[in-house]
Ligand binder design. Structure first.
Ligand SMILES: C[S@@+](CC[C@H](N)C(=O)[O-])C[C@H]1O[C@@H](n2cnc3c(N)ncnc32)[C@H](O)[C@@H]1O
Length: 358
């Protein structure tokens, strides 16, 4: 498969590098300066709303917020143009599959996409991620920059799979809810080579790209178009139900339904594990995450931060539910906490729960 990055012209490469550098400086220079101004101009706020109010009065805030929004828009423009310039080839290669595929792709065009999913251009990606096959390529390349190139080779997702998920017997079934273009599913197939690995998503474009890339690399993965809240898979058939960066994109009721669906799917003793985000308890930092989500068209992020998901898991009949901080730089799950970090970064955390043994 073509990796667009290997084909960029000098101009395109310069634009990608510019956006990447802008994002890095925003995270490691502008954000710490904002944090310093916050610290030096008054006492720390007690809660997120108080911190937001103070944030808005800082002199650096207009620069900080403008740069945050503008670099995201520049990102999509840059990446979108690179993809559109190769549209024909990229569309074609989605259908250029081996004669004997190892996995499969089951699309269900009748899948109803709820308004909470279609009403927003998530991450301010124009047209979002479900509208056109090319949108999957745009998202794939854009996500590398959003993660500041630190997630190249799906490093965070591999760390999650290796440090947050249990050992499994060979004949197991693992389900990845909201698998996107397969960034979370591929590490699952690597960790559990003898298992049946299923990736489910609303978005046909992402699934087509995930399937084509998996087949090109000889990975046996079943990609299915569907709703993580009602997968249609048999009850009690899965050893692990997982998902990465999906719950914060759903309203609270949909999160509850997804957790209930995970509980339904699990075998006794099975594990549910979602890589997500969790408040750090530092009101300033958590306020900047709230604001990031708003500027980035992620309207349900606040609901996730406010929710008591361990209680939601317990309601769904799961036990031992809890959050564990996750450090994407080295350790993966890190029960002792995130540690001090100067730069802006996502407060990754893993929500884990177990289906009781009858
Ligand atoms: C931020 S992406 C994460 C994709 C992938 N897990 C990753 O880590 O790169 C969230 C994905 O969840 C999907 N999604 C959101 N709600 C869903 C639902 N109820 N059922 C299936 N997919 C859903 C979206 O289409 C999108 O592909």
């Amino acid at each position: 498969m073509i990796d667009i990055e290997n084909q960029l012209t000098l101009d395109e490469r310069s634009r990608v590098d510019f956006v990447l550098a802008l994002r890095k400086r925003w995270a490691d220079t502008v954000y710490p300066a904002l944090a310093e101004e916050y610290r030096s101009t008054g006492p720390a706020a007690d809660d997120i709303d108080g911190a937001v109010e103070r944030l808005h009065r800082l002199s650096l805030y207009p620069w900080y917020s403008h740069l945050e929004r503008v670099q995201q828009k520049m990102l999509w423009k840059t990446v979108g143009e690179a993809v559109l310039g190769r549209a024909e080839t990229l569309r074609r290669q989605l259908h250029d599959l081996p004669d004997h595929p190892k996995g499969d792709l089951r699309l269900a065009p009748e899948t109803e996409l709820p308004a909470w999913y279609t009403d927003y251009d998530i991450h301010i990606q124009p047209g979002s991620f479900h509208s056109d096959d090319l949108s999957a390529y745009v998202y794939e390349l854009g996500a590398r920059i959003v993660m500041l190139r630190d997630n190249d080779g799906y490093k965070f997702h591999r760390l999650f799979t290796e440090t947050a998920l249990p050992e499994l017997p060979a004949a197991s079934r693992v389900v990845d809810i909201g698998c996107g273009f397969g960034k979370s599913t591929r590490p699952l197939a690597d960790r559990y080579p003898a298992a049946e690995v299923i990736g489910i998503d609303f978005a046909a474009p992402g699934l087509r790209l995930a399937h084509a890339e998996a087949e090109a690399d000889g990975a046996a993965i079943h990609y299915v178009q569907g709703d993580g809240r009602a997968t249609g898979l048999e009850a009690g058939s899965c050893d692990v139900v997982t998902g990465t960066m999906v719950l914060h994109e759903m309203p609270a009721e949909a999160v509850r339904e997804t957790v209930a669906e995970a509980a339904r799917l699990l075998k006794p003793g099975g594990t549910m594990s979602f890589l997500e985000f969790h408040p750090t308890g530092d009101a300033f930092r958590d306020a900047t995450i709230h604001e990031h989500a708003e500027r980035n068209n992620e309207p349900f992020f606040r609901d996730l931060f406010a929710a008591d998901l361990p209680a939601v898991c317990a309601e769904a009949g799961l036990t031992g539910a809890g959050w564990t901080p996750f450090d994407e730089r080295r350790d993966g799950v890190r029960p002792e906490g995130w540690g001090e970090r100067r730069e802006w970064h996502f407060p990754w955390a893993v929500l884990t729960a177990t289906k009781p043994q009858n």
